[in-house]
Design a protein around this ligand. Sequence first.
Ligand code: SDX
Length: 394
Amino acid sequence: DTGMFTYDPGFTSTASCESKITYIDGDAGVLLYRGYPIEQIAEQGDFLETCYLLLYGELPTFQQHQEFVKSVTYHTMIHEQMNRFYAGFRRDAHPMAIMTGCVGALSAFYHDSTDISDPHQRMIASIRMIAKMPTIAAWAFKYSIGQPFVYPRNDLDFSANFLRMCFSVPCEEYKVNPVLARAMDRIFILHADHEQNASTSTVRLAGSSGANPFACIAAGIACLWGPAHGGANEAALNMLEQIGSADRIPEFIDRAKDKNDPFRLMGFGHRVYKNYDPRARIMQKTCHEVLAELGIKDDPLLEVAMELEKLALHDEYFVEKKLYPNIDFYSGITLRALGFPTTMFTVLFALARTVGWIAQWKEMVEDPSQKIGRPRQLYTGAKRRDYLPSAQRG
Ligand code: SDX
């Protein structure tokens, strides 16, 4: 007994693929990365160690961890010519638009990691994607606020490097706050992978045609942007601001229950979790830690979020439909407190999810039995009929 198990959903599985990477039990609210509970990894691990685990299937030894960190660190710069890409965007371009464009263009700069049949090139492409996403993301942020780009430094760890690229300015020394860097790292861990969600399935489908990994990740970023998926963290914060105060919550809960009203509680509900999303609990705890570190007492949006959760979880509509907070419910409040505008929230999700996308892409391309994805359909259109010249068309 290898300790491995296959999840039997108890019905004719509509599983799109087999995978050894992430396991979710939606009814129990369980999430395992390569068998390790998300709670333990988020509490005791770090993001690059999690990347190693997702990519290679085992927690790294001390030596392996050191080597992996070094190899990621030495790939954090992007080709200097990519700098010009940013100037081509309008200042008010959504950072996700910039991210999609820049990542899709990476294959134009790194020809030595696009041959997916070469294991070495696959490994380099994986490292490059993980390493360069923080720089691409930070520069998209800097560009949107009209500040100069900040280059990565090799003496900082992954999340501290990212925060410094986002928030340091040439006119003063930037001091990394270790509590905030740890919180950022934990937020990345929570978003790293999540089985066959919409964007991961997009990456797998794109990759099944043999497309290069950079193009596949760009496809995943585009899919994640939607408000029903990764865009929900931005939408959830906008919703909390729209609600504004606890006394208006009942009005919005009623709207969320009204089938004729398109309003949905953003950050609530999940296609798989019919219990509390384990990531949401850890995110709420991280939110409190970040606010405490920043000396923010009684954040009005956190008050609204906690009251909304309390009222919704006691409302029969949400109880009966098993709708609970998901990872996006508390992440927006936390990211805003860290200093990010709402337009950067999904960019941070994409930055973290890159390791999940690339691990799942790698698992698929290394499976000798995999074929190009080709979903079929249930045709409900017109029956066969003969062409009519336009003069005869009524
Ligand atoms: C992510 O797949 C992943 O793993 C995604 C993700 C990841 O890590 O990759 O976890 C990240 O995308 C989290 C989800 C973020 N999205 C949101 O928070 C947006 C708000 N949530 C809803 O849009 C919704 O919950 C979805 C899209 C997430 C799921 O919608 P489904 O597939 O309709 O969910 P369901 O079938 O379980 O819904 C059951 C019922 C439905 O009503 P009926 O058709 O039975 O009458 O509950 C309703 C839904 O309409 N419902 C909601 C609701 N979510 C579902 N009603 C009000 N508010 C909501 N938020």
